[in-house]
Design a protein around this ligand. Structure first.
Ligand code: PLP
Length: 407
């Protein structure tokens, strides 16, 4: 009989959200009163968008679908993506610093993160912020690159703790040589955005150690502080050591539409001098046939002035939710970070286990959160509140949080 890929058994985070859903179901089954609208369970647990796509961007999608039904407007495979979209992304997000051949349109940041590791294979050491978005670790585990951790002798996985003690920015001296470093800012789950100085230090450390940064800027459009960088490429020298993955999911509500992009600068090289850009084009051409044309028409509309105004409006909506959550927690004396330049609030419960806090909030408030330990060992004793929700649900959840009492 055929054998299972042993790496699959080592995936950890696949367990987090199903486990949350299981506990929610169990609680609902034991508390039939939660079927009543006023007692319903409210989820502030997941990072899925909830609000409708705004009209200008939505017209881009529907108009795009209509065009595909005409002889003049029909298109098939688009490989790296519409040229106009790649040019538009460079203009809007990178001040035109990249040529269209350096921007690859994807079906989402997560999908590209999963594919990117194919550039490096199983032998590369992988570092992650701890806590971090689970796909960095699990994508590495799947390909066997987290071998030292998974017991197969290759590569190795290094967790760089990001805690209250270091202001949620890691000690860069822990960065392995010649490795990959997944770095996300604003971070999921902590909601903390790195400063220009911190990213400067990150780029310097990566270059000195021969590392490549995979910079995840999926929440960049939530940054409201004008002093904070939205892209790693705002830092000098980053094009020689970084790839950036990005997405329309969280700024434009495209979580279900599926559209993102990855910037692989032409000057980025492996230790042997070969071009990562050329290899990425090859990987994409081999196992990816491009993003949906309808989604790309939506992306084009999002980059127009009306679309950019809608992106701002949508992010502002979720940021207001985050501010409500922060303020409700602050009133109780619960210390938290995030929520000001990101849609996540990271709340600290010193001395407690994340799952115990999750259970307490579910039982007392009928509100679902995400236990911080699910994002890495340094997430223990935190829970993440997501601001993705309808306003009325967030207001009701904030009201109920008072039942936790003052800390
Ligand atoms: N990157 C981060 C940090 C995320 O939190 C998420 C989704 O929650 C993604 C990427 C996924 O983005 P996409 O929908 O473009 O695959």
């Amino acid at each position: 009989m055929i054998k299972r890929n042993p790496c699959i058994a080592n995936i950890k985070a696949g367990y987090l959200f199903p486990e949350i859903a299981r506990r929610r179901r169990e609680y609902a089954a034991a508390h039939p009163e939660t079927a009543a609208p006023e007692k319903r369970i409210i989820s502030l647990g997941v990072g899925n968008t909830t609000e409708p796509i705004l009209p200008h961007i939505n017209r881009g999608l529907t108009e795009g679908a209509r065009r595909l039904g005409t002889a003049e407007g029909y298109s098939g495979y688009t490989d790296e993506g519409f040229l106009e979209l790649r040019k538009g992304i460079s203009r809007v997000f990178y001040r035109g610093a990249f040529g269209p051949e350096e921007i690859f349109i994807s079906d989402g940041a997560k999908c590209d993160i999963g594919r990117l590791q194919l550039l490096f294979g199983a032998g590369v050491p992988v570092a992650v912020q701890d806590p971090s978005y689970p796909v960095y670790v699990d994508g590495s585990v799947l390909i066997g690159a987290a071998g030292a951790w998974a017991g197969t002798g290759y590569g190795g996985l290094v967790y760089l703790p990001c805690t209250a003690e270091n202001n949620y920015f890691p000690d860069l001296s822990l960065l392995p040589r010649d490795g990959l470093f997944y770095f996300c800012s604003p971070n999921n789950p902590t909601g903390v955005a790195a400063t220009r100085e911190q990213l400067g230090a990150l780029v310097a450390a990566a270059r000195e150690r021969g590392c490549i940064i995979v910079y995840d800027a999926a929440y960049g459009e939530y940054i409201r502080d004008p002093g904070l960088p939205k892209s790693i490429f705002e830092i000098e020298g980053a094009a020689a050591c970084a790839i950036e993955v990005n997405s329309f999911s969280k700024p434009a509500g495209f979580t279900g539409v599926r559209l993102g992009w990855t910037v692989v600068p032409a000057e980025l090289k492996y230790g042997g001098g070969e071009s990562l850009n050329a290899d990425w084009a090859r990987v994409c051409g081999t196992i990816f046939n491009g993003a949906s044309n309808i989604a790309q028409y939506g992306g084009l509309a999002a980059l127009e002035p009306e679309g950019l105004a809608e992106i701002r409006q949508l992010c502002d909506f979720y940021l207001k939710n985050a501010a409500l959550i922060r303020s409700a927690l602050g009133d109780l004396g619960i210390s938290c970070v995030g929520g000001d330049n990101s849609p996540y609030v990271w709340a600290r419960f010193p001395g407690r286990k994340s799952w115990d806090v999750f259970a307490e909030i579910l039982e007392k408030c009928q509100v679902v959160t995400t236990p911080g330990s699910g994002f890495g060992p340094a997430g223990e004793s935190f829970v993440r509140f997501s601001a993705f929700g309808h306003r009325s649900d967030v207001e009701e959840a904030c009201d109920r949080l008072r039942r936790l009492g003052n800390r």
